[in-house]
Design a protein. Structure first.
Length: 174
Protein backbone atom coordinates (compact mmCIF):
# COMPACT_ATOMS: atom_id res chain seq x y z
CA UNK A 1 0.00 0.00 0.00
CA UNK A 2 2.74 2.44 0.93
CA UNK A 3 4.68 1.91 -2.29
CA UNK A 4 1.51 2.47 -4.32
CA UNK A 5 0.91 5.69 -2.34
CA UNK A 6 4.44 6.92 -3.07
CA UNK A 7 4.01 6.17 -6.76
CA UNK A 8 0.69 8.05 -6.85
CA UNK A 9 2.32 10.95 -5.03
CA UNK A 10 4.94 11.30 -7.75
CA UNK A 11 7.96 9.36 -6.47
CA UNK A 12 9.61 6.98 -8.94
CA UNK A 13 9.89 3.42 -7.66
CA UNK A 14 12.63 0.80 -7.89
CA UNK A 15 10.69 -2.34 -8.83
CA UNK A 16 11.36 -5.23 -11.17
CA UNK A 17 7.79 -6.41 -11.79
CA UNK A 18 8.76 -10.07 -11.33
CA UNK A 19 6.28 -10.78 -8.56
CA UNK A 20 2.86 -10.02 -9.96
CA UNK A 21 -0.40 -9.25 -8.20
CA UNK A 22 -2.26 -12.25 -6.81
CA UNK A 23 -5.11 -13.07 -4.44
CA UNK A 24 -2.95 -12.29 -1.41
CA UNK A 25 -1.84 -8.92 -2.75
CA UNK A 26 -4.25 -7.86 -5.52
CA UNK A 27 -2.61 -4.43 -5.98
CA UNK A 28 0.84 -5.93 -6.56
CA UNK A 29 4.05 -6.33 -4.62
CA UNK A 30 6.19 -3.37 -5.74
CA UNK A 31 9.44 -5.21 -5.03
CA UNK A 32 12.90 -5.64 -6.51
CA UNK A 33 14.54 -9.05 -6.15
CA UNK A 34 17.99 -7.50 -5.69
CA UNK A 35 16.89 -6.37 -2.23
CA UNK A 36 16.77 -9.98 -1.05
CA UNK A 37 20.52 -10.30 -1.66
CA UNK A 38 21.67 -7.12 0.09
CA UNK A 39 23.51 -9.15 2.71
CA UNK A 40 25.34 -11.39 0.22
CA UNK A 41 26.06 -9.16 -2.77
CA UNK A 42 29.22 -7.11 -2.62
CA UNK A 43 28.09 -4.95 -5.54
CA UNK A 44 25.32 -2.74 -4.25
CA UNK A 45 26.08 0.08 -6.65
CA UNK A 46 22.55 -0.14 -8.00
CA UNK A 47 21.46 1.59 -4.80
CA UNK A 48 23.27 4.74 -5.91
CA UNK A 49 21.12 4.85 -9.04
CA UNK A 50 18.06 4.65 -6.79
CA UNK A 51 18.69 8.05 -5.23
CA UNK A 52 15.41 9.97 -5.08
CA UNK A 53 13.37 6.81 -5.65
CA UNK A 54 11.49 4.50 -3.30
CA UNK A 55 12.60 0.93 -2.62
CA UNK A 56 10.72 -1.60 -0.51
CA UNK A 57 13.07 -3.19 2.03
CA UNK A 58 11.94 -5.43 4.87
CA UNK A 59 13.10 -4.47 8.34
CA UNK A 60 15.49 -7.43 8.63
CA UNK A 61 17.53 -6.21 5.63
CA UNK A 62 17.96 -2.59 6.75
CA UNK A 63 21.20 -3.63 8.47
CA UNK A 64 22.64 -4.59 5.06
CA UNK A 65 22.25 -1.15 3.50
CA UNK A 66 25.64 0.49 2.83
CA UNK A 67 26.33 3.25 5.38
CA UNK A 68 27.80 5.65 2.81
CA UNK A 69 24.32 6.59 1.53
CA UNK A 70 21.66 8.53 3.41
CA UNK A 71 18.18 7.03 3.70
CA UNK A 72 14.74 8.39 4.49
CA UNK A 73 12.87 5.41 5.86
CA UNK A 74 9.12 5.13 6.06
CA UNK A 75 8.80 2.40 8.65
CA UNK A 76 5.37 0.81 8.27
CA UNK A 77 4.12 -0.75 11.49
CA UNK A 78 1.26 -3.19 11.63
CA UNK A 79 -0.16 -5.27 14.45
CA UNK A 80 1.76 -8.54 14.61
CA UNK A 81 -1.53 -10.38 15.10
CA UNK A 82 -2.65 -8.97 11.76
CA UNK A 83 0.64 -9.85 10.10
CA UNK A 84 0.45 -13.42 11.37
CA UNK A 85 -3.20 -13.74 10.32
CA UNK A 86 -2.34 -12.47 6.85
CA UNK A 87 0.60 -14.86 6.50
CA UNK A 88 -1.51 -17.75 7.77
CA UNK A 89 -4.21 -17.12 5.18
CA UNK A 90 -1.60 -16.83 2.44
CA UNK A 91 -0.03 -20.16 3.44
CA UNK A 92 -3.47 -21.81 3.61
CA UNK A 93 -4.34 -20.60 0.10
CA UNK A 94 -1.05 -21.99 -1.18
CA UNK A 95 -1.54 -25.29 0.60
CA UNK A 96 1.63 -24.74 2.62
CA UNK A 97 2.21 -25.13 6.33
CA UNK A 98 4.39 -23.01 8.58
CA UNK A 99 7.08 -24.88 10.45
CA UNK A 100 7.11 -22.13 13.08
CA UNK A 101 4.19 -21.62 15.46
CA UNK A 102 2.54 -18.23 15.80
CA UNK A 103 3.95 -17.58 19.28
CA UNK A 104 7.51 -18.25 18.14
CA UNK A 105 6.99 -16.29 14.93
CA UNK A 106 5.71 -13.35 16.97
CA UNK A 107 8.85 -13.51 19.14
CA UNK A 108 11.04 -13.52 16.04
CA UNK A 109 9.18 -10.55 14.54
CA UNK A 110 9.39 -8.61 17.81
CA UNK A 111 13.13 -9.24 18.02
CA UNK A 112 13.65 -8.18 14.42
CA UNK A 113 11.58 -5.03 14.88
CA UNK A 114 13.50 -4.11 18.04
CA UNK A 115 16.83 -4.55 16.23
CA UNK A 116 15.64 -2.54 13.24
CA UNK A 117 14.33 0.22 15.50
CA UNK A 118 17.63 0.36 17.37
CA UNK A 119 19.59 0.56 14.12
CA UNK A 120 17.36 3.30 12.72
CA UNK A 121 17.71 5.39 15.89
CA UNK A 122 21.45 4.99 16.29
CA UNK A 123 22.88 5.13 12.77
CA UNK A 124 23.29 8.61 11.29
CA UNK A 125 22.52 7.57 7.71
CA UNK A 126 18.85 7.02 8.59
CA UNK A 127 15.99 9.49 8.97
CA UNK A 128 12.81 7.70 10.00
CA UNK A 129 9.09 8.31 9.98
CA UNK A 130 7.01 5.58 11.59
CA UNK A 131 3.68 5.03 9.90
CA UNK A 132 0.94 2.88 11.43
CA UNK A 133 -0.90 0.75 8.89
CA UNK A 134 -4.25 1.19 10.66
CA UNK A 135 -3.78 4.99 10.71
CA UNK A 136 -3.20 5.08 6.97
CA UNK A 137 -6.37 3.07 6.38
CA UNK A 138 -8.39 5.22 8.79
CA UNK A 139 -6.94 8.65 7.83
CA UNK A 140 -5.27 8.25 4.45
CA UNK A 141 -5.13 11.94 3.55
CA UNK A 142 -3.68 13.01 6.90
CA UNK A 143 -1.04 10.28 6.73
CA UNK A 144 -0.26 11.11 3.09
CA UNK A 145 0.37 14.74 4.08
CA UNK A 146 2.62 13.58 6.93
CA UNK A 147 4.61 11.39 4.56
CA UNK A 148 4.89 14.20 2.02
CA UNK A 149 6.25 16.59 4.66
CA UNK A 150 8.80 14.00 5.80
CA UNK A 151 9.98 13.48 2.22
CA UNK A 152 10.43 17.20 1.62
CA UNK A 153 6.96 18.17 0.41
CA UNK A 154 5.55 18.50 -3.05
CA UNK A 155 3.90 15.09 -3.24
CA UNK A 156 0.28 14.79 -4.37
CA UNK A 157 -1.29 13.85 -1.04
CA UNK A 158 -4.79 13.57 -2.53
CA UNK A 159 -3.58 11.07 -5.12
CA UNK A 160 -1.68 9.19 -2.41
CA UNK A 161 -4.78 8.98 -0.23
CA UNK A 162 -6.86 7.93 -3.23
CA UNK A 163 -5.01 4.64 -3.67
CA UNK A 164 -5.67 3.43 -0.12
CA UNK A 165 -8.23 0.66 -0.44
CA UNK A 166 -10.02 -0.02 2.85
CA UNK A 167 -11.47 -3.21 1.34
CA UNK A 168 -8.00 -4.73 1.41
CA UNK A 169 -7.74 -4.32 5.20
CA UNK A 170 -8.97 -7.87 5.64
CA UNK A 171 -6.81 -9.33 8.38
CA UNK A 172 -7.42 -7.27 11.47
CA UNK A 173 -6.46 -7.83 15.06
CA UNK A 174 -9.29 -8.70 17.44
Amino acid sequence: MLMKMLEAGGIPLVVDGLRVADEDNPKGYYEDERVKNLGQDRDRSWLGAARGKAIKIISYLLKDLPPHYNYRVLFMRRSLKEVLASQGKMLDRRGEASETGDDRMKELFESDLWKAGYLLKHQPQFEVLEVQYKDVVANAREQAQRISRFLGGGLDADAMAGVVDRQLYRNRAD
